[in-house]
Design a protein around this ligand. Structure first.
Ligand code: CUA
Length: 338
């Protein structure tokens, strides 16, 4: 991109309303430049023209009223301000109204990272970079897990506050493929300046292939797939990793442990127990935890390989397990029990 006057003030334009935003910006900008120059010129001119000359201060003719002048300085600013309002209002309404066919992506802001959730035809996908198809309106539903953040993609001219306790939306349509920076534009703590990510704008075919690959948990080794599933399915909301019981038992040192169940029996936590607890949380409730279970079933929602991944993850953080942690998926792609 060559350096033009526009690129001095504004980043490159890569969304459909970038040109509209910049047009209004330069409209106001050049009005300001014009009047600043005019006023500066008149200050100098009048200072020179009406300077004191000699000792004669009497007999000068002075105007007290000039209708044409007063109409000009009233009407001209009124017209300009109305024009700014109309262009601004039209642009605001355009940016505030996502098209009905927009592609929805959920955005979560937290100290200090972004995550993006897609309801793809291949299953739910969560990523830390935003992937969108080019030439298609994208509607982002923004939420915060803690404090106020602000989602900002300068090259799209898209910015919206991300506020805890409410959903905000922002939309854009990317006009070019490529990588564009995401910033947090609201001071949110010590690592605010690190709260950055990228928008990857790709062709619809590339986007579909990306979703398909992301939805396949076996793209990562079993342990990583388990760690991802732990946050993807919200296990972290009720199962801690530090041994502290929460709404559910902590995952630390769980695998291999002997649990006392609410019905008075005991069970040693093994692969089958974890599998069954995910698919039917009411089957065996550990004594001291809510009954019926506060946990929903994940039957039909979780990929079998992710169950395998979670079991692998639990083994890796348990002192009761001393076996090996597989680094590869079995030939069937993790469909079978570990
Ligand atoms: Cu998040 Cu600043």
């Amino acid at each position: 991109m060559p350096v033009t006057l526009a690129s001095v003030w504004m980043p490159d334009q890569h969304s459909t309303f970038a040109a509209q935003v910049d047009w209004l910006f330069y409209f106001i900008y050049w009005i300001s430049v014009f009047f600043t120059a005019l006023i500066a010129f008149l200050v100098v001119l009048f200072a020179w023209k009406y300077r004191q000359r000699g000792t004669n201060r009497e007999g000068q003719h002075t105007h007290t009223h000039n209708t044409a002048l007063e109409m000009t300085w009233t009407l001209a600013p009124t017209v300009l301000v109305l024009a700014i309002f109309l262009f601004g209002f039209r642009g605001y309404m355009n940016m505030a109204t996502p098209p009905a066919n927009a592609y929805d992506v959920s955005v979560t802001g937290r100290k200090w990272s972004w995550s993006f959730t897609y309801n793809s035809p291949y299953g739910m996908v969560v990523s830390d970079e935003l992937h969108v198809p080019v030439g298609k309106p994208v509607r982002l539903v923004l939420e915060s897990q803690d404090v106020i953040h602000s989602f900002f993609v300068p090259q799209f001219r898209a910015k919206k506050d991300v506020v805890p306790g409410r959903y905000n939306t922002v939309w854009f349509e990317a006009t070019d493929t490529g990588h564009f920076d995401i910033y947090c534009a609201e001071y949110c703590g010590t690592r605010h300046s690190h709260m950055r990510s990228k928008v990857v704008v790709e062709t619809p075919q590339e986007h579909d292939a990306w979703l398909r690959a992301q939805a396949d948990p076996t793209r990562n080794p079993p342990l990583e797939a388990g760690k991802l599933a732990y946050t993807k399915y919200g296990c972290n909301a009720c199962h801690t990793l530090d041994g502290t019981p929460s709404t559910g038992p902590s995952f630390k040192d769980l695998f291999g442990r002997t649990e006392h169940l609410a019905d008075g029996t005991t069970v040693q936590v093994d692969e089958q127990y974890i599998h069954d607890s995910i698919m039917d949380p009411n089957k065996a409730i550990v004594a001291g935890f809510p009954s019926p279970s506060a946990m929903p079933t994940f039957q039909g929602r979780i990929h079998p390989a992710e169950v395998t991944g979670l079991i692998t993850y639990l083994k890796s953080i348990s002192q009761h397990y001393s076996g090996s942690i597989p680094t590869q998926w079995p030939a069937d792609g993790g469909e079978s029990a570990p």
